[in-house]
Structure formats: structure tokens, C-alpha cells
Design a protein around this ligand. Structure first.
Ligand code: ADP
Ligand code: MG
Length: 364
């Protein structure tokens, strides 16, 4: 089921008397979520992710715009008529009910031709429990489960009616690091096996990048960029997107373009024949630095951190916005400690240049 968002806008009235302007939580969002895909909605806290999800679910009504499931206009339908499955950060299970009864719960209210017998409900619940691998825990209560298991029950409950659209709002935030990794792979597998169109909200860029077919990067209610994770990483549209994706984060420098060349301080680091002269930001991915005795960018060496296959060189440069520049290089090329400075050549496809005013990416 494809989901179409058409000029979707949600305004909340301000409760702040000093600043009476409405909060525009989602601002003119137009997007078609392809049938059967997993879309990651990504951005910092407060950027409008949950609001977008709640508009799709029907828990909120848009101020403007429309929502379609396939060809159906669902904008005015209540949540229970939309056929959505919802999973939140806090699992919201019924503590006094067993896993089986928690999963069955959404099936008990079905009416008319959809009404199921007790056996049919149990069979359905068991099928879904197998899919999310909790079928051996059916008689337990939520308090007898780990966080990861509880979240699987919540996912099973969201899936048992075979929703047209599955909506997950930061579903892994309450899990520890290892479980988070495991559960996100599980969610990807379940999504692939069921083929249900899914929207996955997270503020964690790595999480979004690793499981999404498409990511939508938001800031202040406005969609910044939509694309495949690798495409957005490789071709960020503006400084915000470049900074939001990637660990360690991208290294941002004050720089300038002069006579078709990019300068960081006095170091001429790249030919930029397409760019106009002027002050810019230059941002370099950690993997964009090549150690080179004849390299043009000179930085002060602070530390070398061994990470096994790779090493991280921590250095500094007065033009860098952060105190530390982090560059990742293969451990075979480790610099000798004891030297004060390191020299780098930059990989062209790992360097992005941004306008200082609009912060939009400039073609170099
Ligand atoms: P996210 O999920 O990305 O953290 P939200 O969608 O929850 O962000 O919120 C987006 C913006 O809308 C925030 O500025 C938030 O304070 C505001 N907001 C969310 N819900 C309400 C509400 N019910 N009333 C007023 N403002 C709200
Ligand atoms: Mg939220």
C-alpha cells in the first residue's frame, strides 16, 4: 500500500504569551511512500517526526493537506478505520494480560464479517508470535519479559490485524545498545517478510541509515532531503544534512574559494573549477583524509586512536569548527607519534562545500 502525503501541514497554537506565533510542527510535507518500503523519518528532537507519524495514523488531524492510502483519501478517517499498526517507544502492553492475550486484544473488537472465533484468534496470534520469535513466551506476563521481548510483543500486537501501514515511533529507544542492534535487524526482517509499508521514526542516524530503503531528513518541521541512505550520505543537500549523517561526524571548516581553488586557511586543498570566489564552509568526511607527507592541509596532531582495522587520527586546525578533527584511515598508514603535525590530501568526493549564508551545497 503506497502512502501519499500531500502538502501536509500541522500547526499547534502557541501556549507562550510572549511568543504567540503558532508552532508549525510539520510544514508542507509532500511525499509518496512507495508500496512495501521501509521509510526512516530522521531528525533531531522536536523536528516534527512524531507529529508526522500521528498524522499518518490519524491520532492527529492536519491543519492543511491530505493523506492517501493507495487511492483512498484517509484524511478524515479515525485511526481505527485506517488499518494502521502502531508501535511506540514505551511498549504500552497490558500488564495484567499474558503475551497471548496482549496480542489477541486488537482482534477481540472485530465486528460483523470480520469477527473471529477464539481458535481463529489464537491461531493468528501464534502465527505472528512465530514471526517475531516470541511464540515460546505466550503464557508470560509483560513483567516477566526483557525489554526486547516486550517490544516484540508490541510489534506482534501491531501486526496481528495485518495493517495496511506499520508506524513505529522510536521503537528501540528503551533497549540497550546490543538489543537495539539486534531488534532493528529483526524489524527489517519482519518488514521484508510481511511487505507492509512501514514508517520508522528515529533521531539516530545510524539506525535510520541501516534499515531504511529511503530516509527523510527533517529539521524544524521542514523536510530537508529524501533519498536512499547512501545517496543522502554521499550527496547531502545542505550543511545540516551533512552534519546530521555519519559517525564520527563530518569535519566542518571555515574556508574560501579563490581563483577556482578551495583554501582552508592558507592551505590550498582542492581545485574547485565550478565554484565562485567567496567565503564558504568546507566539510570533510572522516574517511576523506589521506595521510600524505606532501599533502596540502596541515593539522596539529593530538592523538592516534587504534580501532583495529582502522585508526582514528585526532588533530586540530584553527579553521575547524570543532576542537578535534577526526579522520579515519587504514591502520597500515599510521603516523608516527612524536611528530607535531600531520599533512593530509583530501579525497574530492568526500569534500562538500556550502554557502555561508544559505548553507546550501555548492557545486565544485
Ligand atoms: P519529534 O517527534 O521530532 O521530536 P514532535 O513531532 O513531537 O517532534 O514535535 C514537533 C514540534 O511540535 C515541537 O516543537 C513540539 O514542541 C511541538 N508539539 C508537538 N505536539 C504538540 C502539541 N500537542 N501542542 C503543542 N505543540 C506541540
Ligand atoms: Mg517524537
Amino acid at each position: 500500500m503506497k502512502v501519499v502525503l500531500e502538502n501536509l501541514t500541522k500547526k499547534f497554537p502557541s501556549r507562550n504569551k510572549k511568543n504567540p506565533a503558532d508552532v508549525i510542527a510539520v510544514n508542507n510535507f509532500t511525499f509518496e511512500i512507495p508500496d512495501g518500503s521501509l521509510v526512516g523519518l530522521l531528525g533531531p528532537s522536536g523536528c516534527g517526526k512524531s507529529t508526522t507519524l500521528n498524522l499518518i495514523s490519524g491520532l492527529l488531524t492536519p491543519t492543511e493537506g491530505k493523506i492517501f492510502f493507495g487511492e483512498d483519501d484517509v484524511t478524515d478517517l479515525p485511526p481505527e478505520k485506517r488499518g494502521v499498526g502502531l508501535v511506540f517507544q514505551n511498549y504500552a502492553l497490558y500488564p495484567h494480560l499474558t503475551v497471548m492475550k496482549n496480542i489477541i486484544f486488537p482482534l477481540e473488537n472485530l465486528k460483523g464479517k470480520d469477527k473471529l472465533t477464539k481458535d481463529e484468534m489464537r491461531d493468528k496470534a501464534l502465527d505472528i508470535a512465530k514471526l517475531v520469535q516470541i511464540d515460546t513466551l505466550m503464557d508470560r506476563k509483560p513483567s516477566e519479559l526483557s525489554g526486547g521481548q516486550q517490544q516484540r510483543v508490541a510489534i506482534a500486537r501491531a501486526l496481528v490485524k495485518m495493517p495496511r501501514v506499520l508506524l513505529l515511533d522510536e521503537p528501540l529507544s528503551n533497549l540497550d545498545a546490543r538489543l537495539r542492534l539486534q531488534t532493528r535487524e529483526e524489524i527489517k526482517r519482519i518488514q521484508r517478510e510481511t511487505g507492509i509499508t512501514t514508517v520508522f521514526v528515529t533521531h539516530d542516524q545510524e539506525e535510520a541509515m541501516s534499515i531504511s530503503d529511503l530516509i527523510v531528513v527533517m529539521k524544524d518541521g521542514i523536510v530537508q532531503q529524501v533519498g536512499k541512505p547512501q545517496e543522502v550520505y554521499d550527496e547531502p543537500i545542505n550543511l545540516f544534512v551533512a552534519k546530521f549523517l555519519g559517525t564520527p561526524p563530518i569535519n566542518v571548516f571555515d574556508a574560501k574559494i579563490k581563483d577556482g581553488r578551495l583554501y582552508i586557511g592558507d592551505d590550498c586543498v582542492l581545485d574547485t573549477p565550478n565554484a565562485k570566489d567567496g567565503e564558504v564552509y568546507a566539510a570533510v568526511r572522516p574517511e576523506g583524509f589521506i595521510l600524505d607527507d606532501n599533502g596540502s592541509l596541515t593539522c596539529k596532531l593530538k592523538a592516534v586512536e587504534v580501532m583495529g582495522r582502522d585508526i582514528s587520527i585526532v588533530s586540530s586546525n584553527t579553521n575547524c569548527h570543532a576542537d578535534a578533527i577526526r579522520s579515519i584511515i587504514s591502520s597500515e598508514n599510521a603516523p608516527k607519534l612524536g611528530t607535531d603535525s600531520v599533512k593530509f590530501t583530501l579525497k574530492r568526493n568526500k569534500v562538500f562545500v556550502f554557502d555561508k549564508v544559505t548553507e546550501a551545497r555548492i557545486d565544485i
